[in-house]
Design a protein around this ligand. Structure first.
Ligand SMILES: [Zn+2]
Length: 351
């Protein structure tokens, strides 16, 4: 099965295709925008546009290069996204394991290109970055160029890795070879190390209209709901087809963390303090951000239900403001434990 078409983002893809045709696409780009709006899909599209056999520009969709890109089997498009940490002991085996994990995940996406949000506990292990460096140093198979895509770039764990590998990754991003285009994607540009960010040209991706999200769900997502459920999921997605897909896949289930947190907050400070300080610290920032999204969803649902009292409505609106504020804080290197405590203090009176 091939990758699905891009829904929405027409003005953006037209502009990017013109830039690509004119040779003006940045060598290191950072696609940024809200979670689930299709940033990695756009990065894959840009790679296809750069490599199209009929010349760089709007992809022709019919040449062998485009077909391989659409089938996620292009030898010059290398896609990195969060994976579990390899278990092997030595570096060489870890790299092989990372390659296998990525290969298997891509094979799954080839079968079903609709995927929900990335599990917050996954990341880009050092082995992935070693693999990336190898891909960067290889000659392009097609002879023209190669494209490297790094999804969820805020999870690059440069801080955790050895100084040597951190420096060499920075060097790749600073001076990629001429035959290499690197496209990072993130919904949290504030979490990207300034040294990396300063080298990127940002490409901003906006939200889709409700009609575009609905069309995406109806045409692309197998077993998408219909009728009022479809309307509700569209509304709650906030212009993000990925949000809608995650919601359908999790069939309305909020993650356990959000449920636990809200229950503890309703029970008062001694209960929520335990919950807040039981949060894993640094590595789980993705999981923390996921929990905030789920908490926001609880309040959005309350508003969308149409039968909340006036007080509940006001409180839900205030609570959404609080969650958004904390979420903004997570874009800088805030400590999830303290942020959870701050959130509980503010939400205590509103739930
Ligand atoms: Zn083509």
């Amino acid at each position: 099965m091939a990758l699905h078409e891009i829904y929405g983002h027409q003005a953006l893809t037209t502009r990017l295709a013109e830039g690509i045709a004119a040779g003006r696409f940045p060598q290191v780009a950072m696609v940024q925008g809200p979670p689930g709006v299709g940033k990695q899909r756009i990065a894959l599209w840009a790679a296809q546009a750069l490599l199209c056999g009929n010349g760089p520009g709007m992809p022709c969709k019919t040449c062998p290069s485009c077909k391989q890109a659409q089938n996620l089997s292009h030898p010059d498009i290398h896609w990195f996204f969060p994976i579990p940490r390899p278990k092997a002991a030595d570096h060489e085996k870890q790299v092989a394991e990372a390659q296998e994990l990525l290969g298997n995940a891509i094979a799954e996406r080839r079968e079903n290109a609709i995927y929900g949000r990335s599990d917050g506990m996954l990341g880009h292990p050092v082995a992935s970055m070693r693999l990336l460096k190898r891909k960067v140093s290889m000659k392009p198979y097609s002879g023209r160029m190669k494209a490297i895509i790094i999804g969820n770039a805020e999870r690059l764990v440069i801080q955790e890795s050895s100084q040597e590998s951190a420096n060499s990754l920075l060097k790749v991003l600073e001076e990629p070879p001429n035959d290499t285009s690197i496209i990072l994607t993130t919904s949290q540009p504030g979490s990207i190390l300034p040294t990396i960010k300063s080298r990127m040209i940002p490409i901003r991706v906006g939200r889709l209209s409700d009609d575009e999200v609905k069309a995406f769900l109806q045409n692309i997502v197998p077993d998408a709901p219909t009728g009022r459920t479809l309307e509700k999921i569209t509304l709650l997605s906030e212009g993000s087809p990925g949000n809608a897909v995650t919601r359908i896949q999790e069939s309305g289930q909020k993650s356990g963390a959000a449920e636990r947190f809200l229950t503890a907050t309703a029970r008062g400070s001694s209960a929520w303090a335990g919950e807040a300080f039981g949060q894993p610290t640094f590595a789980a920032r993705g999981a923390f951000s996921e929990m905030l999204d789920d908490i926001a969803l609880v309040f959005r649902e309350r508003l969308a239900s149409g039968n909340a009292s006036e007080l509940d409505t006001k409180n839900a609106l205030k609570a959404l403001g609080v969650v958004a504020e904390i979420k903004e804080g997570t874009e800088t290197n805030v400590n999830p434990q303290l942020a959870t405590a701050a959130l509980a203090l503010k939400l205590e009176k509103l739930i």
